[in-house]
Design a protein around this ligand. Sequence first.
Ligand code: KIV
Length: 265
Amino acid sequence: MAVTVRQLMQRKQQSQPIVAATAWDYAFANLMDESGVDLVLVGDSLAMVALGYSTTLPITLEEMLHHAKAVRRGVKQALVVCDLPFLSYQESLSQAIHSAGRVLKESGAEAVKVEGGYPAIAETVARLVQVGIPVLGHVGLTPQSVHQLGYRQQGKTDDGGEKVLQEAIALEQAGAFAVVLEHIPAELGRRITETLSIPTIGIGAGPHCDGQVLVTADLLGLSDRQPPFARVYANLRQTITQAIAQYAQEVRTRQFPPERADSGR
Ligand code: KIV
């Protein structure tokens, strides 16, 4: 049975960690789903890992929709959540409803994610939830604010930690079904997780969160560099470049194709 927003929310009470990972196309979405991931995030990090931009800022709603549709086709079980990209929801409540509505209607994703806390974003979350759109919040390091925050750990001081906590509380009060906590001290991750009644999904936020999310290009070793909190579970960059180099060498030395066609397919 496919994972629902309601089921994910219950995981907190059941103390069952939520497993989330990103995907940007049909093939990876299908692999994520077959591996038993609970939540597949069409994160706007795809701007960097799949489209080669240096930040997430340039990606458009149209591009996110294109990728979300492909991901949706690859997923049968997991919940699909799609990021609203920079400036597709910050201008006005009606812009946010229009963008989030398009994501649900056109891509088939079941929820959207927005970055930031209160007051403006909490108001946006409340309005989206009112019209029936489930929202995943995202506080701490918010990459859409890279030109203000950089990629530094957030919430390190007492004031900074309090701000992240209050933003997470505001998102819960606004009706978010869960909150991503990115790159904050583990102790703050624990405090927020204990304070909220909705699940927290951490990325670089320590082991106490109710779930974890990683950018799949990082966990599979596809990116040329990973953030300090990522764990690399495979070195696919090396595996793939070795395979392609071998193919190139065999073509150049006329070892491939063989005299008699391979009957492998
Ligand atoms: O865009 C993304 O991949 C994300 C994750 C880092 C949570 O927002």
